[in-house]
Unconditional design. Structure first.
Lengths: 319, 285
């Protein structure tokens, strides 16, 4: 197992804030919009540097999506910022008609995704957003795994033409990816090469997959770990190549198992390479109040759950 | 390419009559679509595209240094398509494809099929004002002094997103925007005052900080004057709202003034009756 270490923990939303500032410096067409959550989205640095390129919309997410769509007409590259719940479910029809169907170059940037939003509870913890966004034709869906990857993804999506959903989170987590990485949309990252099982993880679950991989190695199980940061378009070649080698797969995501990354992998494998698969994901449930760690444990999203899923799926593959 | 060729009121009325012929013929041909609101707004569209707007038929999505128009109540697509074709965005023969398979003239306007003149999809109601505001903000950032226009149904104002946009625009001094409301008092299920009354729209917009003007949307002289007056009010810190009284079905007597022709196509006999009331001033497509 390849060794991954970290010296600090940071929130992915801060990676977004840093990436937004850099994207703004690189391209004067980059503008930002926020629906009364500037601090939570870490947009302060961008606003300080480019006050005339920032639009405070107020608590009016539908209007924010529409204004963002309009700003693209005139060549702007708008980044909208609010919580994942209010970035997707609340404004699905606005995104569908004014952004996706209209092919507008809007970057929908969503913080506080998933259970790790924590104490605010299920009203704010969306676990359906990947599904909602990936169903929209032409929508790119990205869920980066740490501060550095989120920063790099934010810069990369500014250079990509087309609507993007960028999903990140609230809690501080290990920073373990390369600070100078070049983010390639739609390209899987090989975290660890292995032969016994493919573990595919996205977002906050990637570090947990690494922890699981280390434990599995101690048990004599050689896990291949792949980070799918771009859920759509899916790097199908990377997934097929790995599963062809290992014969089984575990998918890990902080999302409902219905509609998430796991289903995208299952859709691919069912047609191309039918293989045993286990889902480490929320089992068709809403969340609740609690600390992020408590919630990840209660809803089965810890490294132990990945280990158990790997053991189970390997047994199924051997049958 | 960008110029405004000024026309007399009579010339504009003649164009509007042809636009109305186009509308009833398009809707009749595919036996679906929305003639009522389209007919009611024929004069407004004609005034906008043939007299008021500084626009180019060499279509670019960004529309830099030209006036832009956004249709929020997308179901009145027949009038939009007719006026775009008649002003030169695409050939009038394409009007015959309205609502047919593989057409660029979808039931509701869309950018998806690449029809020149369309910059946003609309049809799901209530979204157009936000988009128009965004385009107006982009123009300000680009130091582009042209104007953004939008049109909204009155019933459409029942959608909440409008009021987010109506609140946003004056507070943020979006004063390069002229929005018009097709104030015909009708919606699918009946008169707006019976379905969900809009009450005093002028007072509501004014309370939100808009400069409101009134016009008769079925009187060419009134609508042209109103839009020119609206332009003179731009750049003074307030968005402009043109509260435009119209009659659903205007120009075809048996369709006028009733919600019943909101989304119903005429049969052959009704088409003949309608066309008899509308002189063919330009060539039919």
């Amino acid at each position: 197992m390849k060794k991954y270490t970290y010296t600090e923990k940071k929130d992915t939303r801060s990676g977004f804030g840093a990436g937004l500032l850099e994207a703004g410096k690189k391209n004067p067409e980059v503008v930002a919009l926020c629906a009364d959550l500037v601090g939570s989205l870490k947009m302060d640095a961008f606003i300080k540097e480019f006050p005339e390129r920032f639009f405070q919309i107020g608590i009016a997410e539908a209007n924010m999506i529409g204004i963002a769509a309009g700003l693209t007409i005139g060549g702007k590259i708008p980044f909208t910022g609010t919580f994942a719940n209010f970035s997707t479910g609340r404004v699905y029809d606005q995104i569908r008609q004014s952004v996706a169907y209209s092919d507008k170059n809007v970057k929908i940037c969503a913080s506080h995704a998933g259970l790790t939003l924590g104490e605010d509870g299920a009203t704010h913890q969306i676990l359906e957003d990947i599904g909602l966004m990936k169903m929209l034709p032409g929508m790119t869906v990205i869920n980066p795994c740490d501060y550095n990857q989120t920063k790099a993804a934010t810069i990369a999506i500014a250079e990509h033409h087309g609507p993007v959903y960028l999903r990140f989170g609230r809690p501080v987590i290990p920073v373990f990816t390369d600070p100078d990485q070049k983010f390639e949309i739609g390209k899987a990252w090989m975290v660890n090469e292995g032969t016994d099982v493919t573990i595919i993880a996205t977002g906050h679950m990637v570090w947990k997959a690494i922890e699981a991989g280390e434990k599995l190695a101690e048990m004599g199980i050689d896990a291949e770990i792949i980070n799918i940061h771009t859920i759509k378009p899916l790097d199908e070649a990377a997934v097929l190549k790995s599963v062809k080698k290992t014969g089984c797969v575990v998918t890990c995501e902080e999302h409902n198992k219905f509609g998430g990354l796991g289903e995208s992998i299952a859709r691919l494998l069912s047609t191309e390479l039918p293989s045993p698969q286990e889902f480490v994901a929320v089992n068709d449930s809403f969340g609740e109040s609690g600390t992020p760690d408590q919630l990840m444990t209660k809803y089965g999203l810890d490294s132990i759950n990945i280990i158990e899923a790997a053991q189970k799926v390997i047994k199924r593959a051997k049958k | 390419m960008k110029h405004i060729k000024h026309r007399s009121i009579k010339e504009l009325e003649d164009i509007a009559a042809q636009v109305r012929r186009d509308i009833v013929r398009m809707v009749h041909r595919c036996q679906s679509g929305h003639p009522g609101g389209s007919l009611g707004c024929a004069d407004f569209f004609t005034a906008l595209y043939f007299e008021v707007m500084n626009h180019s038929t060499d279509f670019t999505m960004d529309g830099k240094d030209e006036d832009l128009f956004f249709l929020s109540n997308g179901h009145i697509s027949p009038v939009f398509y007719s006026v775009l074709a008649r002003s030169g965005y695409f050939d009038i023969s394409e009007l015959a494809t309205f609502r047919k398979l593989n057409s660029r003239l979808q039931g509701h306007p869309t950018t998806h099929e690449g029809l020149p003149g369309i910059r946003i999809a609309s049809g799901s109601l209530g979204q157009g004002m936000s988009v128009a505001i965004g385009a107006a903000l982009a123009k300000k950032l680009n130091k582009d002094h042209s104007v953004v226009y939008s049109l909204h149904g009155d019933g459409e104002l029942q959608e909440g997103q409008n009021w987010e946009a109506i609140m946003y625009a004056p507070f943020n001094k979006v004063d390069n925007l002229i929005s018009s409301v097709d104030y015909n008092g009708q919606q699918i299920d009946g008169p707006t005052e019976k379905v969900l009354s809009l009450e005093n729209l002028q007072a509501k917009f004014e309370a939100f900080g808009w400069h409101v003007i009134n016009s008769d949307g079925n009187d060419m002289d009134s609508i042209v004057k109103a839009l020119h007056y609206a332009k003179s009010l731009l750049g003074k810190g307030k968005p402009i709202l043109n509260l435009m009284s119209t009659q659903m079905g205007a120009g075809v007597d048996f369709m006028m003034g009733s919600h019943k022709w909101h989304g119903v196509a005429p049969n052959d006999e009704q088409l003949a009756l309608a066309l008899a009331q509308l002189p063919s001033t330009l060539k039919d497509y």
